[in-house]
Design a protein around this ligand. Structure first.
Ligand code: TPP
Length: 332
């Protein structure tokens, strides 16, 4: 899965460069161990929500790479029929609730999903991902407070990739080395985790899942990780040196770390690694072909998926106009 995410993101970066992806595109390269390790601890009933750096999360929870890539290229075969793009994809089938462009906005949503799990007594939990930049948002703490008060089944994952857009964590966060302690005022336990090592991520994930499923309420894991690419495809990355990026790639790359562990401790041969590469290459060939040949959505698609259930009609004044003192010249 880590290899699939890596190759998917590399190809997304390439075809973005060719002008085939419009709008924003935030790549997850470097952070693959986080979502892959955590997802391996979950069951089908659990829900997931994250921010805009979301392709890895979608692939990890079993969404089809073809549908994700077709969404990036704005095609009808995409998860949002080509209308959402990189930042706005969802899958009810896989319990993936987005894909959110407003920093921190997914945290109350994830807390609400956890509330729903508890209310329905379905035994599920919600994994709510956020970046290091998001932990400076007020709505995150309102959510923490309610989750702790009601002992909601939620695992908050802080993906600390060291940068919030172009701002290093030490420049935007008080106590930058202890983001895992941000729930302390609410009695939410937090732990730091080496987010570059999938086995450490998985061990922490199992501990967190046990904690939450046994009814002890929310927990925070701060994944210390790193993104190799810019904040988005349009980021020239002037806020850090090439040497810094290269040294992380050399010393802590999540794929290389796992590969050397698999070679040394589990005797996986080079031929087997080549087979994995071949398998993923084949998936990517089909993915790109689908993303380039799926048709663009018809203009009438602009009016679908706006409301769930009944659609208010233009003639229904109560639905389309402000009800009280608002000036009638203001349109909604
Ligand atoms: C409420 C809000 N404020 C500002 C922005 C602009 N913005 C987009 S991404 C970003 C940085 C967020 O960084 P982080 O949470 O660390 O996530 P990362 O990109 O590192 O994954 C900012 C400030 C936004 N989208 N929403």
């Amino acid at each position: 899965m880590m290899l699939l995410i890596r190759r998917f993101e590399e190809r997304a970066g390439q075809i973005y460069g060719m002008g085939k992806i419009a709008g924003f595109c935030h790549l997850y390269i470097g952070q693959e161990a986080v979502v892959t390790g955590l997802q391996s601890c979950l069951t089908e009933k659990d829900t997931i929500v994250t921010a805009y750096r979301d392709h890895g999360h979608m692939l990890a929870c079993g969404m089809d790479p073809k549908g994700v890539m077709a969404e990036l290229t704005g095609r009808i075969g995409g998860y949002s029929k080509g209308k959402g793009g990189s930042m706005h994809m969802f899958s009810r089938e896989k319990n993936f609730f987005g894909g959110h462009g407003i920093v921190g906005a997914q945290v109350p949503i994830g807390t609400g999903l956890a509330f729903a799990h508890k209310y329905r007594k379905d035994g599920g939990l919600c994994v709510t991902y956020m970046g290091d930049g998001a932990v400076n948002q007020g709505q995150v703490y309102e959510a923490f407070n309610m989750a702790a008060l009601w002992q909601l089944p939620v695992i908050y994952i802080i993906e600390n990739n060291q940068y919030s857009m172009g701002t290093a964590v030490a420049r935007h966060a008080a106590m930058p080395h202890e983001l895992y302690n941000r729930g302390i005022a609410y009695g939410i336990k937090g732990y730091p985790v080496n987010g570059m090592d999938i086995l450490e991520v998985e061990a922490a994930g199992r501990m967190a899942v046990d904690h939450v499923r046994s009814g002890k309420g929310p927990i925070i894991l701060e994944m210390k990780t790193y993104r190799y690419r810019g904040h988005s495809m349009s980021d020239p990355g002037k806020y850090r040196s090439k040497e810094e990026v290269e040294s992380v790639k050399e010393q802590a790359d999540p794929l290389s770390l796992l590969q050397s562990k698999l070679e040394k401790e589990f005797k996986v041969s080079e031929a087997e690694f080549k087979t994995f590469e071949k398998e993923i290459k084949e998936i990517m060939v089909q993915t790109i072909e689908f993303a380039e040949t799926s048709p663009e959505p018809d203009a009438s698609e602009l009016f679908t998926d706006i409301y769930v259930g009944e659609t208010p009609q233009a003639s229904d004044k109560s639905a389309s106009e402000p009800s009280s003192s608002g000036s009638s010249s203001i349109g909604w």
